[in-house]
Design a binder for this molecule. Structure first.
Ligand SMILES: [Zn+2]
Length: 92
């Protein structure tokens, strides 16, 4: 199944004024302590600085998707590396 882009007009990047291009991205969310990745989210992406814009309609659909706990329970799991933030004191 081929997913169609939504062809929204995303306008220009708020940071660097480049025209945003529509891409399908993977967006991650923390829901009740669980990391959930939504794949293939249509978003406006800045080719210059990487800024991402998600339309409010798309945002609402994402909320519906991630509220569906049955769907999430059946979703495939991936493992991700987790590291703890640590700063080593550097003396010169
Ligand atoms: Zn930009």
């Amino acid at each position: 199944m081929k997913r169609k882009l939504l062809r929204y007009d995303y306008g220009e990047c708020e940071i660097c004024d480049s025209p945003l291009q529509e891409r399908l991205i993977n967006q991650d969310f923390w829901i009740r302590g669980e990391l959930i990745v939504v794949k293939g989210v249509p978003a406006g992406v800045c080719p210059r600085c990487g800024e991402k814009v998600i339309k409010s309609d798309v945002g609402r659909w994402i909320v519906k998707l991630i509220e569906n706990s049955e769907r999430i329970a059946k979703a495939p799991r991936i493992t991700v590396p987790t590291i703890r933030f640590e700063v080593e004191e550097v003396r010169t």
